[in-house]
Ligand binder design. Structure first.
Ligand code: A3P
Length: 293
């Protein structure tokens, strides 16, 4: 089925969502996680695809080298809550996976995560990205993605970002909610997009150790090479070009992959207003982000 009209945002238990991520709610909430599942949780545009690709290579590239050339990444790493016309249900795709471990993508705020992930103590990797770059990346994504609400102009978009009126709700609540949960949950590794950009090797080592993996030197080298932004951008199975909801004439999915691109979008006045609002919203957390390297 074709995606015709853009979906609209509505309040879903206090979080802005579209029907594409709530229509299958009971099935998502009843999802049966397993102890060996690996979940990659992020607010949209924080690097979920990047980490998905890293994990898929780590677990499967030696066992099945053809997998990377034959199956689009979004099928290798199904999107738990997805229920978009014309696409398979995320939950069904996950239940049909025959490979182990299952690598699972989600954008759910922490309090929406199906309880089986906590009961089974599945490993969870949360990736957070600074608010300004996230807002810019999300704006361009919403422009090119027919499965997202119309973004409107940048200035109104930024305002709505500050108000949390984005699909998957408030960035502020998402990153702090997961951060709080991480303080008492040893099954969560909390990573930052900025750290991954600055020192990929160091963050990959943290990832290996969290997952209990000891990849060979050869595999580490291969992963490192393949996940470079420019290489991933050329990889048709990982660069979003297999996703029919995307219009690459408007913007690519692998857009810039940088820290600090917000400076090309925020006016001085927007920056000032954003910073004031940010201080207020983030005053009760120790969570710190870098907006430049
Ligand atoms: P930009 O729009 O700023 O370029 P997600 O996968 O969660 O939707 O996140 C998408 C963002 O991660 C995009 O940011 C995309 O370019 C960036 N990204 C994806 N793969 C990357 C890589 N290998 N290196 C750096 N950034 C990457």
């Amino acid at each position: 089925m074709e995606l015709t009209a853009r979906p609209t945002l509505f309040d879903f238990h206090g979080v802005s969502m579209t029907k594409y991520f709530t229509d299958n709610w009971d099935k998502v909430q009843d999802f049966e996680a397993r102890p060996d599942d690996v979940l990659i949780a992020t607010y949209p545009k924080a690097g979920n695809t990047w980490v998905s690709y890293i994990l898929d290579l780590l677990y499967f590239s030696q066992m099945s080298p053809d997998r990377r050339d034959q199956i689009p990444l979004h099928q290798r790493v199904p999107f738990l809550e997805m229920h978009i016309p014309g696409f398979p249900l995320g939950v069904d795709e996950l239940n049909q996976l025959t490979t182990f471990p299952r690598i699972i993508k989600t954008h759910l705020p922490v309090h929406f995560l199906p309880k089986s992930f906590w009961e089974q103590n599945s490993k969870i990797i949360y990736v957070a990205r600074n608010a300004k770059d996230t807002a810019v990346s999300y704006f361009h994504f919403d422009r090119m993605n027919r499965a997202q609400p119309e973004p409107g102009d940048w200035s109104s978009y930024l305002q709505r970002f500050m108000e949390g009126k984005m699909v998957f709700g408030s960035w502020y609540e998402h990153v702090t909610g997961w951060w709080e949960k991480k303080q008492t949950s040893s099954n969560i590794l909390y990573l930052f997009y900025e750290d991954l950009i600055e020192d990929t090797d160091k963050e990959l080592c943290r990832l290996y150790s969290f997952l209990g993996l000891s990849p060979t030197v050869e595999l580490k080298k291969q992963v490192r090479e393949k996940v470079l932004f420019d290489n991933m951008k050329k990889d048709k199975m990982a660069n979003g070009s297999r996703d029919e909801a995307f219009d690459f004439k408007i913007s690519p999915f692998m857009r810039k992959g940088k820290v600090g691109d917000w400076k090309n979008h925020f006016t001085a006045q927007q920056d000032e207003q954003f910073n004031e609002d940010y201080e207020r919203k983030m005053k009760n957390t120790h969570l710190q982000f870098r907006t430049a390297l």
